[in-house]
Design a protein around this ligand. Structure first.
Ligand SMILES: Cc1cc2nc3c(=O)[nH]c(=O)nc-3n(C[C@H](O)[C@H](O)[C@H](O)COP(=O)(O)OP(=O)(O)OC[C@H]3O[C@@H](n4cnc5c(N)ncnc54)[C@H](O)[C@@H]3O)c2cc1C
Length: 280
């Protein structure tokens, strides 16, 4: 979905809890203005829940119908993000936790449920339960991928991390299955990489991409891949393979997160035969 459209849909009502505003000296607290976007009547909410002293990170409390597109519209605009952020705009917090939200996982942070610190559920008997790793922990560890069989999720608390404006993305074509697996393994072990992704175009042709968040971009290498007139991301990447060259680009963070949204990975082309625009 084009960036501007998504922005219009960003109707998250985000209110910082008053008691946390008094803790202004806490690291990172100045990133949160007192009141964030209050456009329309908020349908679902994302609020600041607490500061985790041990991990030195903020925790946000999110209602389950909040989508990934809404999360990035709000959080990245104020310099924060989820450590694991599945790409498709419309995936919901509830669906990712209760369904099999393995869509995007992280070599640093794990699966989507691994960044969750608490769940609130209404059980079949109507009771309300909060669970964390130390409170009702059996329920906490049973909730992910339970597809609603244990109860109805009404809120989740999720750790967030500071974000930067761009992703400095390196593209490297690799040939040969063994070389592809080696390269992917090596890059996943390098914790300085914030993002590692490999797209395979046949059994032995791939482009491995490694990304690092940064606030500075070389203007000549800036590529806003989410703009409607840009080629689909997987087609753009394939160009590096076809021309047998490595590349470096700076991609706005939100465009990077939702890089597969417009083409639903390669499903639109496969299922509908819709062609992408030529690479620009
Ligand atoms: C086009 C497309 C491409 C995908 N590609 C990939 C991929 O490449 N890799 C991959 O791993 N996955 C992929 N997925 C799967 C997707 O990541 C998961 O299915 C995810 O869980 C879907 O999220 P959703 O918000 O659509 O959830 P939904 O489908 O709406 O819900 C998922 C499950 O959770 C339950 N649920 C939702 N909210 C609640 C709640 N509040 N309380 C209790 N139960 C609840 C639902 O009843 C359902 O059983 C893809 C999905 C789509 C649609």
């Amino acid at each position: 979905m084009a960036d501007s459209q998504q922005g219009d849909r960003a109707f998250l009502g985000a209110t910082v809890f008053k008691e946390l505003n008094s803790a202004k000296d806490q690291p990172g607290s100045d990133f949160f203005p007192q009141r964030l976007q209050t456009r329309d009547q908020p349908a679902y909410t994302l609020t600041l829940a607490s500061w985790d002293w041990k991990q030195r990170s903020w925790i946000v409390r999110v209602e389950p119908l909040v989508t990934m597109g809404q999360v990035t519209a709000l959080l990245t605009s104020i310099g924060w993000t989820l450590p694991v952020l599945p790409e498709l705009d419309d995936l919901t917090v509830g669906g990712l936790i209760m369904g099999t939200g393995i869509e995007s996982s992280s070599h640093k942070y794990g699966l989507f449920q691994h960044i969750c610190t608490a769940y609130e559920l209404v059980l079949a008997d109507g009771s309300f339960v909060r669970c964390t790793p130390s409170e009702n922990s059996d329920l906490f560890y049973a909730v992910p991928w339970s597809c609603g069989t244990l109860g109805f999720l009404v809120a989740a608390e999720i750790r967030i991390i500071p974000a930067k404006k761009y992703v400095r993305l390196r593209f490297e074509p690799v040939w040969g299955l063994e070389a592809i697996c080696d390269k992917f393994t090596r890059e996943s072990q390098r914790l300085e990489n914030h993002f590692v992704e490999g797209l395979l175009y046949s059994l032995d042709e791939a482009v491995i991409m490694t990304g690092v968040m940064t606030d500075q971009a070389e203007p000549s290498k800036l590529n806003s891949i989410g703009n409607y007139y840009k080629p689909w991301f997987f087609k753009h990447v394939e160009n590096y393979l076809k021309t047998k060259r490595e590349g470096l680009e700076y991609i706005p963070l939100r465009h990077y997160y939702h890089r597969h949204t417009r083409s639903i990975f390669w499903e639109l082309q496969v299922r509908l035969g819709v062609p992408s625009r030529p690479a620009l």
